[in-house]
Design a protein around this ligand. Structure first.
Ligand code: FDA
Length: 392
């Protein structure tokens, strides 16, 4: 078997982008994927329509121990660059909300785009290929696989994070990083629903399927989007977003009326409808079942004219500052991404080459760079793949 110049392990978003970019530079690229499917997470993403980038993408959309790390790649390969690629391939797309761009038809189109680019760039792709071991040579690497052993000058690790283990996720990148003496920051499921303590679940389980617009906050991080009650706990975009900032044992603060001054509104209602029931009034501003559940939880009932100002203040305070302590998260089984990863201090932000292991590159989700919901994770994967592809 002829040795390639570059071996890329992992045919997901970052690996495919890197392969095509390096191939166009005339590098002989071999892309190895252990599962039988290319770009499985792309196919699953965005409810089958792939939220492939975000019009408002910026470094502020990422969590990392080094928030500056992603800046270089995102400026060299911004959202617009991927949008142009999508347009060149004639893929129709639309903005859903908040700058999130989705395919009109199917995420299969994004995988086909990447496969076409790899084909044009002469990339050799092998699926069902297990990696048995990787050894450093004096110059380059030896990669032992089910299909035999290759040597290469540059080795790129693009095997992603731990989410959806039955979809092909493995800890390969972290293990290989450790093999080469690179630090890995603590890993945690992120963009993931919360589970609730049994007592809380008993109260909120009957609301499963109901959603409500809230502000979910932890410290300075806060997101105004929908919260969805589920059979196991809390989900919906506001919860998925804030889950990336949550540490086990911590609380989340939820403002159930982020766009309303509830106290002012209730005082007005007291003047207009003094005999109206407090629960009925609150039900005008949120789903009836949700209003009932919270009023029962906090012991608010009866006609509003029986609520003096201090009681109304207490009620508004509860609704604007609901503090909930999740029992945990649903974990990697349903998480969209992994928070944490290979320490960005170990890798050049320009080339993605490991400082301690020349010729070894890490790109995409395996790094300690976690995007917000809304196309930012793919945008970082495209950008990192593109940038590393210039140097491998
Ligand atoms: P990615 O996971 O894409 O690719 C890694 C590849 O490596 C996979 O093909 C895997 O099989 C392979 N691999 C793993 N271990 C290996 C090994 N040992 N040997 C060989 N190959 C190996 N993001 C976004 O921006 N918009 C969205 O709409 C969504 N939606 C979404 C839905 C769901 C259900 C999930 C789980 C995730 C998302 N995401 C998302 C997140 C997004 O999918 C993710 O951040 C990117 O796919 C990361 O790209 P990578 O290329 O780094 O890893």
């Amino acid at each position: 078997m002829q040795n390639p110049d570059v071996i890329i392990i992992g045919a997901g978003a970052a690996g495919l982008m890197c392969a095509a970019t390096a191939g166009y530079r005339g590098r002989n690229v071999l892309l190895l994927e252990h599962s039988n499917k290319i770009g499985r997470k792309i196919l699953m993403s965005g409810g089958g329509r792939c939220n492939f980038t975000n019009l408002h993408n910026s470094p502020a959309n990422y969590l990392s121990a080094n928030p500056h790390f992603c800046k270089s790649a995102l400026s060299r390969y911004p959202a617009q660059a991927f949008i142009e690629l999508v347009e060149r391939h004639g893929i129709d797309y639309h903005e859903k909300t908040l700058g999130q761009l989705f395919c009109d038809l199917s995420s299969k189109e994004i995988v086909q785009l990447l496969l076409t680019e790899c084909d044009w760039a002469g990339v050799d792709i092998r699926t069902d290929c297990r990696i048995h071991r990787v050894d450093a040579l004096e110059r380059g690497f030896r990669v032992k696989t089910t299909f035999g052993t290759w040597e290469c000058e540059s080795l790129v690790i693009a095997t992603g994070g731990l989410s959806i283990p039955n979809g092909g996720a493995t800890p390969f990148a972290y293990e290989l990083a450790r093999q080469f003496g690179l630090e890995v920051t603590p890993l945690q499921a992120a963009l993931v629903p919360f589970t609730l303590q049994p007592a809380d679940l008993e109260i909120f389980k009957p609301l499963a399927g109901d959603s409500h617009r809230v502000r979910a906050s932890i410290g300075k991080a806060s997101f105004v989007e929908n919260l969805l009650f589920t059979h196991r706990g809390l989900s919906g975009p506001a919860i998925l977003q804030i889950s990336s900032y949550w540490d086990p044992g911590g609380e989340v603060e939820i403002d159930l009326f982020p766009e309303l001054d509830l106290l002012d509104w209730l005082k007005l209602q007291r003047e207009k409808h003094p005999r109206a029931d407090i629960r009925t009034l609150i039900s005008r501003k949120m789903h009836k079942g949700i209003a009932q559940a919270f009023c029962t939880l906090w012991g608010f009932e009866g006609a509003i004219n029986r609520f003096d100002n201090s009681r109304l203040e207490a009620l508004a305070e509860q609704f604007h500052h609901w503090r909930i302590k999740p029992s945990g998260t649903e974990g990697y089984r349903t998480a969209e991404v992994t928070r944490g990863g290979i320490d960005t201090d170990e890798v050049s932000s320009k080339t993605f080459e490991a400082r301690k292991a020349p010729g070894l590159y890490f790109i995409g989700e395996c790094l300690d760079v976690t995007g917000h919901l809304g196309g930012h994770n793919f945008q970082f994967a495209w950008a990192a793949g593109f940038c590393a592809g210039q140097y491998v």
